[in-house]
Design a protein around this ligand. Structure first.
Ligand code: ACO
Length: 263
């Protein structure tokens, strides 16, 4: 996608440099770049708070968000320095309520990517490990370079994946495969990722930016209101009965018909 800049960046954002993030807003497209290549885009608490702040402050004109990584990898996951106390260290769990609030705040860095007013695209190359894998899972669509590997490493470190990745993982690959991937913490190469649904598209490494640009163009060519309504509809389909989903389709279509009539 070219070099991300802070062009068009809303004023209310925290220091994104400290968070290891770049934000470029260009009309309807926002590009969020994980930008600590010397650490393989390892993420800190500041990164997750920065992501949440970006989600809160995007201009309403933004319809598509691309999440990508600078340098050799998408993201090596949590910065391992957090385990030795950097950035305040991990909560020890002795204060359950405080730890719950703390993790909930970090999860906000991921949950906004499911908002129906945005289509979110993860452009994944190199490694997507742990928190990085979960970030890719939080996006609607994953475009993946052929050098990419995914790995849910948390259980191997004595943790669970807690950045909202377990639900999309199970929904995408099924419970058996999700268990196998998490409880072996094995690396999933791009070709397998495509086969089991973790990647919508696999492209050669040097074609990743072009493939994402093409996808973004196609996404923006679809009617904006219909895109929002359709994303809302599709995301609730798995949790609804056929009757509930049919009713939701009727409700959304009513809104579309009113909108089209008012134009
Ligand atoms: N946290 C902090 N620093 C990291 C991390 C990380 N997660 N990952 C890489 N780095 C640093 C390395 O320490 C190294 O620093 P140095 O140059 O000062 O020695 C630099 O980034 C480059 O790392 P390399 O290992 O040399 O890069 P390479 O491209 O060969 O390998 C890989 C990349 C596979 C990502 C490897 O670095 C790795 O396995 N990192 C650890 C991944 C990890 O355990 N993540 C935690 C997952 S669990 C979770 O996210 C909750």
């Amino acid at each position: 996608m070219g070099d991300a800049t802070t062009n068009g960046r809303p004023e209310s954002l925290p220091d994104l440099d400290e968070a290891g993030l770049l934000l470029d807003v260009d009309g309807a497209v926002a590009t969020v770049t994980l930008n600590r290549p010397e650490r393989r885009n390892a993420m800190t608490f500041a990164t997750w708070r920065g992501l949440a702040a970006i989600g809160r402050s995007l201009p309403p004109a933004v319809r598509v968000v691309v999440v990508r990584g600078a340098g050799p990898s998408f993201s090596a996951g949590i910065d391992l320095g957090m385990f030795s106390g950097e950035g305040g260290g991990l909560p020890d769990g002795s204060d359950a309520e405080a730890a719950d609030r703390f993790i909930a705040e970090l999860q906000e860095g991921y949950t906004w990517l499911r908002r129906p007013d945005l289509v979110t695209v993860a452009a994944v190359h190199g490694h997507a490990i742990g928190a990085g894998f979960q970030l890719a899972l939080s996006c609607d669509i994953r475009v993946v370079a052929d050098d990419a590997t995914f790995c849910m490493l948390e259980p191997a470190l004595g943790l669970v994946p807690d950045l909202t990745g377990t639900k999309p993982l199970v929904e995408i690959v099924g419970i058996g495969r999700a268990l196998e991937l998490c409880l072996t913490a094995r690396k999933v190469p791009a070709e397998e990722a495509a086969r089991i649904g973790l990647a919508e598209t696999v492209v050669p490494r040097d074609g990743l930016d072009g493939a994402v640009r093409g996808l973004v163009k196609d996404l923006l060519a679809v009617d904006a209101g219909a895109a929002v309504a359709t994303k809302r509809l599709l995301w609730q389909a798995a949790g609804n009965t056929l009757e509930q989903q049919s009713a939701a389709e009727r409700r959304e279509q009513l809104g579309r018909l009113r909108d089209l009539n008012a134009r």
